[in-house]
Design a protein around this ligand. Sequence first.
Ligand SMILES: [Fe+2]
Length: 329
Amino acid sequence: MSTASVQQSHGIFAGECAPVYRQRQEVIDGMRKVYRQVRRGDRVDLDAVEQWVSGLLDAVNADMEMALWVTNLRNPDDYPYVHAVNVCVLTLGLCHSLGFERGQLLEIGVGALLHDIGQARTPTHILDKPGQLTREEFDIMQRHPEDGYRMMLAAGRLTDLSLAIIRSHHERIAGTGYPDQLTATAIATPVLATAIVDVYDALVSDRRYRQGLPADVAIQAMYQNAESNYGRELMQAFIRFIGVYPVGCVVELDNGGVGLVVSAREHARLLPRVLLIRDADGSFLEQRRLIDLTEADTTGGWYVRRVVSSSDLGLDVAAIIRAECLLPG
Ligand SMILES: [Fe+2]
């Protein structure tokens, strides 16, 4: 490979990552407070929610790849809040790619950030149950969209679009969703966009009781049922947005190297930039290297063979991202 394509890594994302990380952490901590406010029956600080969404939208507009990179700082112990922020960021990115304008994106972002707010009232033993829910538990779980909608409607501030996302993010176009069994055109595109992102982030996230799926497995599973759930076109738009090798996923190269996908440009989706974690000889690198596969020598096997599960390799993706961004924890 050419030396121009290799860059030694030493907290390589420190400068660009720190402000995005700080902002993300503020919203995660803020969402923890919002859930507490809901549990206590206190007024939710919607001024703060709107400010967070505006900040997240600015971050998405300024540097989409960095915004996506930090969505991989997932933490099973903070799942509800991390998931809320990830769904907000990914939905904003997807809807931005669909051509929605800033005013609409702010409404979409508020709905996406608060989409599961009703779960603040769902008993944790049901939310965190490792096995299958009983019929009764499932009924309780399914109340959260309507509960969230009622709470936020009573707050008297959210727009119809934000409220629709909260109420209808579990609706599916074949009418198999809940709570209203809406079909096709009765479900607005941003609601379906949030639904796609919600399922995707849930599938790839590690939970206390199970490992997350590799991104490509999650996408394939979702694509199989796209027609009846979200519409094939919107699912394809999501795949175009997130990429074949989503930022943060672990890929094995043809020469045996292993890396984290850092970015992929529109014209070179199959040859992303990767942060090399394991070298072609199988050794894990102390000094990880950043490699642009568009500039690397493909005859040396410097191209992606497949996506692999981080848990299969014993990799802690969040820890690697933290180290490379020189973040605490
Ligand atoms: Fe939900």
